[in-house]
Design a protein around this ligand. Structure first.
Ligand code: CA
Length: 218
């Protein structure tokens, strides 16, 4: 799953990116509001971590414009303790949650799971269709009642497909959801991933629609 990290503080940004990647997220880091705006325009993010005080364009402005465009990506605002008005304003503009700096990384991960879950329309940690479900907390897939561990990329791929069961996602859409900037993506990376997942989850778990892409059963 991809997260857009918007943070102009070098130290916080670097340590967050590293920690997020350690937790299995693919993290793209931008340091100002304009870059955040254009990264969001490209799409593909599961969630956004948004600092408010940013060069070039304020975080609240980034959020306001994204929501105006109809971008519904979950946004978690990371903010300093003294900015009560900013926090209220950002929630009113459509932020899904906020976290006060400094925070514990474990809490950040839990809140990220929570905003993603709510966007998926699930009050608990399982999302998905009948036969296939994903547990956002343990990053396992539940198939016919059995739990299977997934790699970070397998998890990201299945999460993208299960957001809209039955809808076809193209190779480009899947790559966009799984890989961050500057990551090497071989031309058959998606095929290799899906081949491995079919072995784990059954041949019918992910269907290929010739020339168009892949989907899971609705
Ligand atoms: Ca800042």
């Amino acid at each position: 799953m991809r997260v857009l990290l918007v943070e102009d503080d070098e130290m916080i940004g670097r340590s967050l990116k590293q920690a997020l990647e350690g937790a299995g997220w693919s993290a793209d880091w931008v340091r100002d509001g304009e870059l955040a705006q254009s990264a969001l325009g490209d799409g593909g993010y599961t969630c956004v971590l948004l600092d408010l005080g940013l060069p070039k364009q304020d975080g609240t402005e980034v959020l306001r414009r994204a929501r105006e465009r109809g971008d519904a990506t979950p946004v978690l605002v990371l903010t300093a303790r003294d900015g009560l008005d900013d926090r209220i304003h950002s929630l009113d503009l459509g932020a899904d949650d906020y976290l006060l700096k400094p925070f514990e990384f474990r809490e950040l991960l839990a809140r990220m799971r929570a905003v993603v879950r709510r966007r998926d329309g699930a009050a608990h940690s399982l999302v998905g269709s009948g036969v296939l479900q994903l547990d956002l907390t343990t990053r396992e897939v539940v198939v016919n009642g059995e739990r299977e561990a997934l790699t970070a990329r397998e998890f990201a791929l299945l999460h993208a497909l299960l957001e809209r069961p039955g809808a076809i996602l193209s190779r480009e859409q899947l790559e966009n959801r799984i890989y961050g900037w500057g990551e090497e993506v071989t031309s058959n990376a998606i095929d290799v991933l899906i081949h491995g997942m079919r072995r784990k989850l059954g041949a019918d778990s992910i269907r290929n629609v010739r020339g168009l892409g892949w989907r899971v059963a609705a």
